[in-house]
Ligand binder design. Sequence first.
Ligand SMILES: NC(=O)c1ccc[n+]([C@@H]2O[C@H](COP(=O)([O-])OP(=O)(O)OC[C@H]3O[C@@H](n4cnc5c(N)ncnc54)[C@H](OP(=O)(O)O)[C@@H]3O)[C@@H](O)[C@H]2O)c1
Ligand SMILES: *[C@@H]1O[C@H](CO)[C@@H](O)[C@H](O)[C@H]1NC(C)=O
Length: 325
Amino acid sequence: MASAASRTSLLRTRIMDFITSTATLPLLLGCVGVFSLCKLLQWLRTRAYVRNAVVVITGATSGLGRECARVFHAAGAKLVLCGRNAEALEELTRELAASRATEVQTHKPYTVTFDLTDPGAIVGAAAEILQCFGYVDVLINNAGISYRGTIVDTSLDVDKRVMETNYFGPVALTKALLPSMIRRRQGHVVAISSIQGKISVPFRSAYAASKHATQAFFDCLRAEVEQHDIEVTVVSPGYIHTNLSLNAVTADGSKYGVMDKTTAQGRSPSQVARDVLAAVGKKKKDVVLADVAPSLAVYLRTLAPRLFFSLMASRARKEQKPKHC
Ligand SMILES: NC(=O)c1ccc[n+]([C@@H]2O[C@H](COP(=O)([O-])OP(=O)(O)OC[C@H]3O[C@@H](n4cnc5c(N)ncnc54)[C@H](OP(=O)(O)O)[C@@H]3O)[C@@H](O)[C@H]2O)c1
Ligand SMILES: *[C@@H]1O[C@H](CO)[C@@H](O)[C@H](O)[C@H]1NC(C)=O
C-alpha cells in the first residue's frame, strides 16, 4: 500500500515537472502567439477591405454615424457622408481632412445632403454618388430617429414618420444602389438596427417596429443577394451615448428633448463605431453589440415568451406614462 502511494506521488511529481518544464509554457506561449497572429491577420484583412473602398454613411452628422465616419476615414475609406444638415457635414469633412493620418493614405470625404423621408431625394442622391464614384463598396444605413410615447396617445403621423426614416429610407437607398452592386458582383450593405429590432420594450412602439422591420428586410436581402456575392450585415446595438433620445419624437410629433439616463450610460459611440468596422471587416451577418442583460432578453423572448411579456408589462406599469405623452 505504502509503496503504491509513494509511487503515485512520484508519478504526480513527474507529471507536474513535465508540465511545468516542457509542455505548459511553450503551449501557453503558442496559444497566445496563434491568437495574436489571428488578431493581426484579421486586422490587416479589415484594413485591406476598407482601404480605398467607397463607403456611404447615412446620419453622419451626429452620434454613431459621425464616429463611423472618423473610424472608416482613418482606415483609408473614400467616404460619402450623408445627412440633412449640410453645414454639419461640411464641418465634419473639414475636421477629417485636417486630421493627421498615420500609416494609411486617407481621402477627403464627399458629402450629399438629403432627407431620408423624401424618396425622390434618395434616388437623386444615389444617382449623384454613382455618377461621382461609379460604384459603392459599403453602404452603412445608420441614420435613424427614436420615439417615446404610449400607443393610445400617438398620432398615426408619428408612426409613419419613424417608419419612413428608419425603414423606408434605408430600404429606398439600398434599392437605389443595389443594381450597381449586383452588376459589379461586389458590395456590402450594413443596417444599423437596434436590440429593439429583436425585442420590444414599452413606450417605444414605433421605433421597435421600424427596427424589427429593418431586421426582417435585411435578413431577406442577405438571402437574396448571396448568389451575387453581396454581403449584408445587421448590427444591433444596445444603448449608445448619443443624442438619439434628445432627438426622439413624442406622441404629438414634438421633440422629446431629454437625455435619458439609459442613453447617457450607454456605450461610447467611438467604441461602437470600431465594433462596426470590425464587423464589416469580418463580413459578419448579424451582430449584437449589447451588455449581458439585453442580450439575455433576446433569448428570453424566444425561449420563455410568457416570462418576457410579464416582465415588460410590469416595466410598463412602473414607468407609467412618460410626461410628454
Ligand atoms: N443611441 C442609441 O442608444 C442607439 C441604440 C441602438 C441603435 N441606435 C441606432 O443608431 C443609429 C444612429 O443613431 P445615433 O444614436 O447616432 O443618434 P443621433 O445622434 O440622433 O443621430 C441620428 C442621425 O440620423 C440622421 N437623421 C435623422 N433623421 C433623418 C432623416 N429624416 N433624413 C436623414 N438623416 C436623418 C441625423 O442627421 P441630421 O439630424 O443631421 O439630419 C443624425 O445624423 C440609429 O439608427 C439608431 O436607431 C442607437
Ligand atoms: C449632441 O448635440 C450637440 C449639440 O448639437 C453636439 O455638440 C454634440 O456633438 C452631439 N453629440 C453627439 C454624440 O453627437
